[in-house]
Design a protein around this ligand. Structure first.
Ligand code: ISJ
Length: 284
């Protein structure tokens, strides 16, 4: 029987997915986070890199690969709240319908500051939405990275990604992962690779993913160069963007994940992870 994968194929997973060779009997589709969350939960796909909050909400049924994540320690550059007033004065925030995790993170951060602006799903660029009555706009993924650079760039020989301003052209860009780091000092895990507990991935797929990740991270400059062209961004930006990610769901990433889970989904079922690398291959 075919095993179906669903990939959120944002640039941030290019170091894992670009060189992935699917083993025989595995197919893949792609989509944005909310589409892949739904596809996994309705069993239209068997494994997907999903918004970590959906993994937490459905922890009774799902399990995640023990060593795959899309996480960062500090800024992420592609999960951004664009706003024209200070955070404490925001009234109406537009939320992208592509995201579950970043919306949940925004809610936790706002609640932590005692703020309760109106949150509404609305599509469009940050600039468009800020011109139509919203004073804040949450954007994720490649378009958020591009829009961030459009507001705070360009990089010059004297500047680095971390020295770019947060406010330019009348717009402030608040990086939600940076806010999480300021609050907790821990990484933020945006996505995990999850599947239904009764339907784990074939070991050959997990093995192929590990090999693809080793290849991608080993040749990160090449991956960044190709994607810089596609995104229309300087290579320097995409290189920094990619090497900043944590793809191995290490102990600090799990710590950030469990901490977020307690805040965002109190009373959730215990989070479950598959067998550690090495065990999977031998127990197959
Ligand atoms: C870092 C990002 O993380 C993504 C954000 C997600 C969400 O907001 O639901 C889901 C999966 C992640 O891969 C990004 O979109 O830029």
């Amino acid at each position: 029987m075919t095993y179906r994968a669903g990939w959120i194929h944002f640039t941030n997973v290019a170091p894992i997915l670009d060189s992935l060779v699917l083993p025989a009997g595995v197919t893949a589709i792609t989509g944005v986070p909310t589409e892949m969350n739904e596809a996994l939960l309705s069993r239209r796909v068997d494994i997907a890199n999903i918004s970590a909050v959906e993994f937490i909400r459905n922890a009774d049924a799902l399990e995640a690969l023990p060593d795959f994540s899309v996480a960062v320690l500090g800024p992420v550059y592609s999960v951004n709240l664009f706003h024209t007033q200070p955070l404490a004065e925001l009234h109406r925030i537009a939320l992208t319908s592509q995201s579950a995790m970043s919306v949940a993170l925004l809610e936790v951060l706002l609640r932590g500051r005692g703020l309760s602006p109106v949150l509404e799903r609305a599509e469009g660029t940050a600039e468009e939405l800020l011109a139509t009555g919203f004073d804040g706009v949450l954007r994720i993924g490649d378009s958020a990275l591009r829009e961030w650079y459009g507001v705070v760039g360009p990089l010059t020989p004297e500047t680095t990604m971390t020295s770019l301003p947060h406010t330019a052209r009348g717009i402030t860009v608040t990086d939600l992962a940076e806010e999480w780091f300021a609050l907790t000092g821990h990484p933020f895990t945006f996505a995990v690779w999850a599947y239904h507990r009764d339907n784990p991935p074939p070991p050959a797929l997990v093995q192929a993913m590990r090999e693809a990740r080793r290849e991608g991270i080993g040749h990160l400059a090449g991956v960044a160069g190709r994607h810089a062209l596609k995104l229309g961004l300087p290579e320097r930006v995409v290189q920094h963007y990619l090497w900043n990610f944590r793809y191995h769901l290490e102990a600090p990433d799990r710590l950030g994940l469990t901490e977020f889970a307690a805040m965002a989904v109190p009373g959730h079922a215990p989070l479950r992870f598959g067998p550690r690398p090495g065990v999977l291959e031998t127990t197959g």
